[in-house]
Design a protein around this ligand. Structure first.
Ligand code: SAM
Ligand code: SF4
Length: 322
């Protein structure tokens, strides 16, 4: 699908649940949120139908997200079915890793093409502070299991916040001797992210360069999205940056998002798109037309620095999927 600004939309992020096992401070409130009733969450069979329609429109890459996707039962079977749709090139997952060790064999067997593990620190106390749960040991077991899986495309995603230099340096070290990519994400002012103290890519790269030497741009794409990558001297793996705030990349945006309740979101920052769930009783053509119409209205860019944009998103990140 080509949108009104000439961008090729070939990537869909699907939130399979709004529930989560953690409460990251920039994503979910401590007390949680009111979960969607099960009846409002798209069933896998409806999701598969919607995915087939997206594929017929040119979507080839899918990312499963949440909430925490691994808390939804039956995910591996869904991945297996999605992977079998003619035209699907990749199905990947972003997870907090809490249940990764248990589920990894089934995910691999289902044909998962890659896993992004969200991990902001290797320090147990700071992990508990950041996520409000004492789960670092389980996450590290998941990380080790994923590292041991032959050929798995694994990336670590760290949201970079002020005062966390030691964490960035320790996380980057994971890529020193392994073919692993460690990426640093600038905090976005969506939902609870509006209250945090963000750090820019420049601050993270300066901290890494002080310890590891110069970052050199690495131009080969390593994923579906807007990250850019660098090498460090003597590192086997790569360092990536997703810098939506300091290096806006909306001109290259290739994605749309589907919430767990079936709302098609065409821009992270704005509540614009189409409610697909109410159309499930209609023939495929009606759903296809709604998707095309929503994509034709995809905003040109986010305006994170604009204090009062119209149609500002009211959902928090766990309800969107990142
Ligand atoms: N629970 C899964 C996880 O953590 O990977 C999937 C959902 S989570 C919303 C997806 C990604 O969004 C995570 O990497 C998380 O760190 C990131 N994220 C959440 N809130 C954010 C914010 N305000 N700015 C930037 N990234 C954010
Ligand atoms: Fe859960 Fe992921 Fe949000 Fe953390 S970032 S609260 S793990 S959905």
């Amino acid at each position: 699908m080509i949108d009104s600004f000439g961008r090729n939309i070939d990537y869909l992020r699907i939130s399979v649940t709004d529930r989560c096992s953690l409460r990251c401070t920039y994503c979910m409130p401590e007390e949680g949120v009111e979960w969607l009733p099960h009846t409002e969450i798209l069933r896998y069979e409806d999701l598969l139908r919607i995915c087939r329609i997206f594929v017929s429109l040119g979507i080839t890459k899918f990312k499963l997200t949440g909430g925490e996707p691994l808390v939804r039962k039956g995910l591996a079977d869904f991945i297996r079915s999605l992977r079998k749709i003619d035209g699907v090139q990749s199905v990947t997952l972003t997870t907090n890793g809490v249940d990764l060790k248990n589920q990894l064999p089934a995910l691999l067997d289902a044909g998962i093409d890659g896993i992004n593990l969200s991990l902001d620190t290797l320090d147990a106390a700071r992990f508990a502070e950041r996520t409000r749960r004492d789960c670092l040991p389980q996450v590290l077991e998941g990380l080790n299991a994923a590292l041991a899986a032959p050929g798995l495309n694994l990336k670590i995603n760290c949201v970079s916040m002020a005062g966390a230099e030691d964490d960035w340096i320790a996380l980057a070290a994971l890529a020193r001797d392994r073919a692993l990519t460690v990426r640093f994400i600038e905090l976005m002012p969506i939902g609870l992210g509006q209250g945090g103290t963000p750090c820019t890519e420049a601050e993270v790269s300066a901290a890494l360069e002080r310890v590891y030497g110069p970052l050199t741009p690495y131009d080969t794409p390593l994923g579906n999205g807007p990250a850019h990558y660098c090498s460090l001297p003597d590192f086997t793996g790569k360092i990536g940056f997703i810098s939506a705030v300091s290096h806006q990349f909306c001109d290259r945006c290739n994605r749309v998002r589907l919430t767990a309740s079936g709302y098609l979101k065409t821009c992270l920052q704005y509540d614009v798109g189409a409610a697909l769930a109410p159309l499930l009783a209609e023939p495929d053509d009606v759903i296809r037309a709604a998707i095309e119409d929503a994509v034709s209205r995809k905003p040109v860019s986010h305006q994170f620095t604009n204090p009062a944009p119209e149609h500002r998103e009211g959902r928090i990140m766990s309800q969107i999927g990142g």
